[in-house]
Write a new protein. Sequence first.
Length: 423
Amino acid sequence: MKPFENSLSYAQACDAKDPLRAFRDEFHFPQHEGKPVIYFTGNSLGLQPKGAAAALKQELDDWSAFGVEGHFKATHPWYSYHEELTGSTARLVGAKEEEVVVMNQLTSNLHFLLVSFFRPNGTRKKILTEQRPFPSDTYALASQIAFHGGDPENDLVEVAPRAGEYTLRTEDIIARINELGEELALVCIGGVNFYTGQAFDMAAITQAAHAVGAIAGFDLAHAAGNLQLKLHDWNVDFACWCTYKYLNSGPGSVAGAFVHERHLGKGLPLFAGWWGHDKKERFKMERTFKPMPTAEAWQVSNAPVFSMAVHRVALEQFDRAGMDRLRAKSEQLTAYLAFTIGAVAKETGSKLEVITPSDPAQRGCQLSVLAHGKGRGLFDALTERGVVADWREPNVIRVAPVPMYNSFEDVFRFGMILKQALQ
Ligand SMILES: *Cc1c(COP(=O)(O)O)cnc(C)c1O
């Protein structure tokens, strides 16, 4: 490949060659002074697919036309709505169809899965997680430990970066797993850390956890729709993710869950509800719970059709784009962003430190930038000029060009604005 160039013509030439460029027109972009913003916050809330409104309206129309009969007569019958999402979801995360289900929301799914997969037993009671996981994950893990009568101070163990480093080394995670050995019940880590943007080696972590007799689960909030995942082949025990970040399915939309096939139909303890009951007999309304033989056993409630309608549109875009093509573009786009930030820092004599790993295998599309001494001010200056990025305490600016709708020109323009803001 030719070396990158920090010029508009170069960026536009990259866009002209991008096989996914047409997807940009399928999204609504917020406007700044009459022009689309530079939207680098798909890691927080993905943009709205233009097809979302019609999909929602279809459900409203079917509700008005059919009332309760919409459960079976709607264009997309509500009774089995979640089943229409299964194929795309399995492709998205590298799973078999029976291993995935779309339900609830992310932290709820984490709790429901922990009920089955965190079962402290004697001295095997610890959970290993990464330092500074997303706060909701810490709350969920600590409360599960307390729920089982354990002490989160001792039993929730965090792996930290080495002194002077920002991200974790796989060898250190694995060393910690081995050190905890028979005390370790569960490794529960984000697929991609929300703060640093570091992608973890899920296959290696899973293998190490299994080698000491522990379970491996992942929160894929920042990984689903961002990385190419192979949950089945990696032998991951369970995983969950939200759909409003990289998956563009709208604020608070329905979430996803994965349970590896080897755990299906094994009578694992779970918190049951009627939608997890064998669907052929669900409406017999019998007293005894008979779980579905698939990940659907973990469903408790009937499908939230309005958020699933948007998610269906978004998943259909992922099917058309293909995670392999998205990932190929993403590696280029993020490398171009790293190059641009470096070029601007040099030109303006500024200290901008990207703490996200430079190895493409260890990151998704997000870069986390430390602007020593001027973080918040710089962030505000970018915002005033039409960049939608994200500020995270204590001092990081997160920028995430997503391959589905961002362009190389977006990256170039971001660089121009960054330069102005620094001057
Ligand atoms: C975004 C995010 C959440 C948010 O949880 P919700 O239940 O969807 O509100 C949780 N964990 C991680 C790692 C996240 O990135």
